[in-house]
Design a protein around this ligand. Sequence first.
Ligand code: FE2
Ligand code: FE2
Length: 289
Amino acid sequence: MSASIQPEARQRAMIARVQAAVKKHQPMPAMYRELVESINAPDVSFKQLSDIVRYDPGMTMNILKVVNSAAFSGAARIDSLQQAFVRLGMQRLFKIIMAQGVSVELAGRLKGYDVEPKMLLKHSIGVALAAEGLAQKLSYPHDLLFTAGLLHDMGKVVLDPFVQEMRPELDARLAGSDTEYDQIERDVIGVDHAQAGAWLMEQWSFPEELVSCVADHHHPGAAGTYKDAALMVHLADTLIYSAGIGDGIDGFRYRVAEGVAGSLGLRARDIEYLASTTLERLNEWDALI
Ligand SMILES: [Fe+2]
Ligand SMILES: [Fe+2]
């Protein structure tokens, strides 16, 4: 064992501090919990969706700003949620609301991770769109995969102060080996960002499948029941990192799961098509990013 690895007691204390930080983290507004629950109710009506959102005027205003961006609305202006629903359809509207809801949390600068403002948000929306594209191709619930992609790195927001604190040790480990970054997080902090994110999703009472996708996005083989969903988030993450969107201290020093495309029944040309369409679609989200 390297001398730089935290002694056990110190590591236990740090894990307890991370868990306390998760507990203290801003609760997910009830509105989003209802929204995520509606993922599992495919016949949710526009009335239900607008009832969830309309008590937050700032939210409605922000949604209208996004849907009025050229890519979404076309020529005519959209002035109400009802019009947005008619023009975009329920599923696109759902995704805009979800992304808008977490945009403030994901848009900040992550000093510890060396991630500039808005870069994690751009990365997360890219992964959401790629995961959604994979789910559509594989006839999997794409609202869920979009949401899992959007939230997969939320643990970095929780862990960033700890990464800042332990930065000299993390940097030394990064320089001295080719170990995967999440393993270095586990060695130095005692917990990686995937686990911290999963704790947060559990605290927000999000569905088990979503928690599993977040927990296992770097090691989808460990996902058990929800392995296919975790594989899709993992593949989507890889595609977006490969496009240079989201690099920080970790510099995508993660192992890419072997044969992931094949085990989902995808061919190389499916992946190439997905990569190019996702990057085009990411431009549609500029108004939010
Ligand atoms: Fe990650
Ligand atoms: Fe990621």
